[in-house]
Design a protein. Structure first.
Length: 134
């Protein structure tokens, strides 16, 4: 199993990550790195997040108006744009401007989960297929 990154989200979007994204990746046999599950007590938060970023093949960023105002989402997207170019998967869960989440997301095609559907789920899993890895 490959390790995938599912941490690029605003805390207010946690419900989507826990109830939709993580189970979908798990059903597909993918192992997500997810801060609430992957950071142990007494760990240094920033170091743990950086370690999760470094060990993950892909970066999934959850886009919403809440992500637009999140400094952490911006920092994580910036890291991913420098180190996971071509392996960033934007997922839009609420109407927002990708340019406002991070300027490097404006030119990337996002997967639309504003109305979760089988098509959206299939597109996300297709984007993460191993043959797409660099």
């Amino acid at each position: 199993m490959s390790c995938y990154r599912a941490h690029g989200y605003a805390h207010a979007d946690l419900a989507f990550v826990q109830t939709t994204l993580i189970p979908l990746l798990g059903l597909a046999g993918l192992t997500p790195w997810f801060s609430l599950d992957s950071i142990r007590g007494a760990d240094r938060w920033e170091r743990s997040i950086l370690g999760g970023l470094q060990t993950s093949a892909w970066f999934i960023v959850v886009m919403s108006p809440r992500a637009e105002g999140s400094e952490w989402v911006g920092l994580e997207v910036h890291w991913a744009s420098e180190h996971r170019q071509g392996r960033i998967v934007p997922v839009m869960i609420a109407e927002c401007d990708p340019w406002n989440v991070h300027m490097r997301l404006g030119n990337l095609q996002y997967i639309d989960f504003r109305a979760p559907s089988e098509q959206a789920r299939s597109k996300l899993l297709a984007a993460l297929r191993p043959e797409h890895q660099i």
